[in-house]
Design a protein around this ligand. Sequence first.
Ligand SMILES: [Zn+2]
Length: 62
Amino acid sequence: MKTGFKGNKQFLPSKPCARCGREMTWRKAWARNWQAVRYCSDACRSGKHGRPPTGSQADGSG
Ligand SMILES: [Zn+2]
């Protein structure tokens, strides 16, 4: 039998990337500027050669 719940682990926040829309989970590195983080990776942040994710999403925004 296992309790499996320490009760000390907070729920990690998450939000979609402003670029690719992929859901990114809170990271330790973002602890300081989590609210300022908008992109999941540098690739998305730079957005130079950013390619839209696979799938046909008709967002119309861009
Ligand atoms: Zn992204």
